[in-house]
Ligand binder design. Structure first.
Ligand SMILES: Cc1cc2nc3c(=O)[nH]c(=O)nc-3n(C[C@H](O)[C@H](O)[C@H](O)COP(=O)(O)O)c2cc1C
Length: 222
């Protein structure tokens, strides 16, 4: 089979799985593969403004249940349940410890390059995208980056026959508070963007893929 066909097959195979087969577990190797595709995902300015929590703790999953209407069947059945965190404004300001560490020690920029880069980033935040007007704008910008990692993980999982469900059906503030109360997150630094369940489908998808046609989706400007 051609690579293109394999990739398209993965996109068709993926669906928003509601109920997972609780008798089947994802191997460590496969789960690491999925996470690695998240880690290698692109982010604006290469700043990786996200973090992934893997919730193995069953009590925490039960505590999330009343706060997450969109995960009622996934929380109890998914083999792996992820909470996708994104950074808040304070930790994304150019002078913040996080950004300084990222440019100097992760992106390994020489000091003078790092200085110019963070100044350019500061200008982007303030002027180009006008993100500094409130905390939520910066968090939403960070979430947009995190969603790319989510998409990549769902597609790579599908490519190896593993199912997933992205989840936004939850009370954002309440879940953040729960995680902060349990000292799982520092809510000055991180907010909750989304959740992501992985496992093996208990049932086939209940309907075919419904999408707009390419003709309606795409407009080419000549
Ligand atoms: C960001 C995002 C949030 C979603 N939230 C939920 C959710 O809370 N619960 C759920 O069952 N499905 C959720 N979905 C799944 C969508 O309903 C589903 O992807 C869409 O209907 C297309 O169907 P398909 O993924 O099976 O092709 C979400 C999807 C995305 C991309």
């Amino acid at each position: 089979m051609s690579t293109k066909q394999e990739i398209i097959n993965a996109f068709h195979y993926r669906f928003a799985c509601k109920v997972f087969d609780t008798t089947k577990n994802i191997s460590d190797e496969d789960f690491e593969f999925i996470l690695e595709t998240g880690r290698l995902s692109p982010s604006s300015f290469g700043l990786e403004p996200w973090k992934i929590l893997v919730v193995e703790n069953k009590t925490l999953r039960q505590e999330i249940m009343p706060l997450a209407w969109g995960a009622q069947t996934q929380l109890p059945t998914a083999d792996k349940f992820l909470i996708i965190l994104s950074r808040k404004k304070e930790s994304l300001l150019p002078e913040s410890d996080y950004i300084q560490n990222q440019v100097n020690h992760v992106l390994e920029m020489p000091a003078e390059v790092a200085e110019a880069y963070t100044a350019h980033f500061g200008n982007f935040l303030k002027n180009d995208f006008d993100l500094l007007v409130d905390d939520r704008r910066v968090f939403d910008w960070a979430s947009r980056q995190a969603y790319l990692a989510m998409a990549n993980m769902m597609t790579s999982a599908a490519a190896i026959g593993i199912d997933s469900c992205p989840i936004e059906g939850f009370d954002m503030k309440a879940v953040e508070q729960l995680l902060a109360d349990k000292n799982v997150i520092n809510s000055e630094e991180f907010g909750v963007s989304a959740m992501l369940a992985f496992g093996y489908r208990a049932n086939p998808p209940s309907r075919d893929k419904k999408r707009q046609s390419l003709e309606t989706l795409i407009e080419t400007i000549y």
